[in-house]
Each structure stands twice: as structure tokens, then as C-alpha cells.
Ligand binder design. Structure first.
Ligand code: NAP
Length: 351
């Protein structure tokens, strides 16, 4: 049995206490899964809310004693973790006040991002064609289907994220109401291809708008439990307000992502020979209708995983990887040629 103490609890409506605690526990690296821990901490949190005093609560879940000091929350979150009589001190989420972030395209990926942004105390306003108002409210986000009201009905946005399909990028960027943009707005795209949005954003956005092109190399499947060590690629295309930009990047640093600064052009070269090849393999195996059997090998299980993760993404996304990455067509040709070459090798092996 271990005990958990909360002291200096400061109430925040913008971020439930258990989420930040969950985050801290994850960052310590002391426990791998916080799903059940989260359940316990929800109860602790409720207790903490009602008593608003230092609590010492016993729980069988943890093998370690944690002393969590949440000071000036959410601007500064310090915690001290006591493990085997050693004390580790961490500071997280200490870089500036919460951001106001708009997300255009509140589908699969937009919601996935929103959840983490909110868990770090930021305000999110989602916008999409479909009515996602109930899912938005369950996440703690604001929501609108109107693009213009994103700029008129809410607190001025500091960041606007484009999380729409690759296919719709051109029309979305062309329809942005740049005349109502707040000064030095930072526009960030998260598209899985990079040179395409980069050139469109440079072409269409006013010079006063900052541009950050990014590609989180993970999604709702691969980043379901944790973002630790997952790559996050970015290029600072036009940044005048580096503080806001760095504060945004801190969200991913705080989650333990591995940040990779790289030009959009280099990204597309690497992504064609890795991500596009993976997606094409998954789609091809799906066409073969591969199914689990009673005698699966480990290798075959891995292939089933590839089918599962790649086909969960929309075909729009896959088509975008092909159509809007200038290197994808060449990779497809190489894959076809490789299959032919292997077949020839098999046929001629004994000759
Ligand atoms: P997606 O199929 O690529 O995009 C779906 C989103 O695009 C929805 O929000 C949808 O809005 C919107 N959309 C589609 N067509 C539109 C149109 N004509 N006009 C306005 N909005 C339109 O699926 P996704 O997985 O959510 O990906 C979103 C973006 O994130 C993509 O650019 C993708 O490359 C990038 N990304 C995805 C992942 C991933 O793992 N899924 C990882 C990294 C980056 P409605 O739902 O309202 O129709």
C-alpha cells in the first residue's frame, strides 16, 4: 500500500485535476498505464475538491508514494515524486498562460488533438461541416459549424489549426476570412503531406499571419494511450511570434513526443518511402482479404496490425498521401517493380 498526498490544491475548471495528475504520473515514467490509476485519481480528485485540504489517501494501486504539489495551477505545475527514498522534482506546463486554439476540421484527428490540448489546460474551439457539438462538449471544447463565427463569437484565437482532409485543403485555405484574423495569428497545418499545404499557405495568407507546418507522425490508433517518443515533425515557415509557436510545440514536448525540425520537402521524401509504403501495404493486404487464422505467426500478426491501423484512416487521407506527395507515385512504381522482380527471381531460381 502507498499513500498519495495532495497539498496546495488550486481549483481549475479548465482542466480536471485528475487529468493533470494522470499526466504527471505518466511523465514520471514510473507507471506505464494510467487507465486504472486515472480511475483512482478521479475519486481522489473528487475528495480533494470537496475537502480542499492536504489529503493523505491510501490506495493499493501504486507501489510508490507520490507527493504532488500543484502550485499556481495551471501555469506552474510542480511535483515531487518519491520513489525508493529518492526524490525527483519535475516542472511541467510552465511555459505561459493557456492558449486559445481553433481547430478547423473536427473529425477523427481534430478531436484527437483537442483532447490532449484541453488536458493541458488550453481552450479549444472546434469548427467543422458536421455537427460535432455533443462530442465537443464531452471533450470540454467549444464548437461551431460556422467558419466566420470562429473569429467573431469567441475569444480571439492565438492559434488556428487546419485538420481537414488533404483533398479539401485548397478550398479551405481559399475560404479563410483573413480580413477578420486577429493580429499575428499563428496558422498551423497538421496534414500528412507537407509541401502542398506549405505552398498554399504562403500563397494565400496575409504576411502578418505566422505559419507553422507540422505532421504529428501518429494518430488516434498509434497514439491512443501515450504520445511518448512518437515523432512530431515541424517547419517554422514564417514565425514572428516565437513565444506562441514554442508554447504550442511545448504541448507535444510535455507529452513526451520526439520533436523533429525538418523542411517540408525532406518530410515528403521520407514520408513517401515510409508512411505511404506502409499505407499501400495495408490497403493491398486488405484487398487480399487477409484474416486471422488459428496458426498465425508473429510476422503475420504484425501484418494484420498494419491492415488494421492503416484502413482505419479514411480513403480520403490515403488518396491525399498519394496525390499530394510529389514522391508517392515513384514509390508506387518501385513497389510494383519490386513485386515483379521477386516473382521473376522465384521463377528462375532453379534454372
Ligand atoms: P480526413 O478524412 O483526412 O479528414 C477528415 C476531416 O476533414 C473532417 O474534419 C472533415 O470534416 C473534413 N473535411 C473533409 N472534406 C471536407 C470539405 N470538403 N470541406 C470541409 N471539411 C472537410 O481524416 P482525419 O484522420 O480526421 O485527418 C485530418 C487531417 O489530419 C488530415 O489532413 C490528415 O492528413 C491529418 N493527420 C491525420 C492523422 C491520422 O492518424 N488520422 C495523423 C496525422 C495527420 P467533417 O467531419 O465535418 O465532414
Amino acid at each position: 500500500q502507498s499513500s498519495i498526498k495532495f497539498s496546495h490544491l488550486i481549483q481549475s475548471d479548465s482542466m480536471p485535476m485528475f487529468q493533470i495528475t494522470n499526466q504527471i504520473l505518466k511523465n514520471t515514467g514510473l507507471i506505464q498505464s494510467t487507465v486504472s490509476a486515472c480511475f483512482d485519481l478521479t475519486n481522489l480528485n473528487n475528495l480533494a475538491r470537496s475537502h480542499r485540504q492536504t489529503l493523505s489517501i491510501k490506495t493499493a494501486r501504486f507501489e510508490h508514494t507520490f507527493l504532488l504539489q500543484l502550485l499556481c495551477f495551471p501555469v506552474h505545475v510542480h511535483h515531487v515524486c518519491i520513489k525508493s527514498h529518492q526524490i525527483f522534482t519535475h516542472t511541467m506546463a510552465s511555459s505561459g498562460s493557456p492558449l486559445t486554439i481553433g481547430i478547423i476540421g473536427f473529425g477523427n484527428f481534430g478531436q484527437f488533438l483537442a483532447k490532449r490540448f484541453i488536458s493541458q489546460g488550453h481552450t479549444v474551439i472546434g469548427q467543422s461541416r458536421s455537427d460535432y457539438s455533443s462530442v465537443a462538449s464531452s471533450l470540454g471544447a467549444h464548437y461551431t459549424t460556422s467558419l466566420s463565427s470562429l473569429f467573431t463569437e469567441f475569444a480571439p484565437l492565438q492559434i488556428l489549426i487546419l485538420s481537414t482532409s488533404i483533398m479539401s485543403t485548397s478550398s479551405i485555405i481559399a475560404s479563410l476570412p483573413s480580413h477578420v484574423f486577429p493580429p499575428s495569428l499563428l496558422i498551423i497545418d497538421v496534414l500528412s503531406v507537407k509541401t502542398y499545404p506549405k505552398s498554399l499557405l504562403i500563397k494565400h495568407l496575409p504576411r502578418t499571419t505566422d505559419i507553422l507546418c507540422t505532421h504529428p507522425m501518429f494518430g488516434p490508433e498509434s497514439g491512443k494511450l501515450s504520445w511518448t517518443n512518437l515523432p512530431f515533425v515541424y517547419e517554422k515557415v514564417r514565425i514572428t511570434n516565437d513565444t506562441i509557436c514554442e508554447q504550442f510545440l511545448d504541448i507535444f514536448r510535455n507529452e513526451g513526443c520526439s520533436l523533429v525540425e525538418m523542411t517540408c520537402e525532406d518530410h515528403d521524401k521520407y514520408a513517401a518511402s515510409t508512411q505511404f509504403v506502409t499505407h499501400t501495404t495495408g490497403r493491398m493486404l486488405e484487398q487480399l482479404e487477409v484474416r486471422s487464422t488459428p496458426i498465425n505467426t508473429k510476422g503475420f500478426e504484425s501484418l494484420l496490425d498494419v491492415v488494421d491501423t492503416t484502413t482505419k484512416d479514411s480513403f480520403d487521407l490515403y488518396y491525399g498521401l498519394y496525390k499530394y506527395n510529389p514522391n508517392a507515385e515513384k514509390e508506387l512504381e518501385k513497389m510494383e517493380a519490386a513485386l515483379k522482380s521477386i516473382r521473376k527471381k522465384l521463377e528462375n531460381y532453379e534454372n
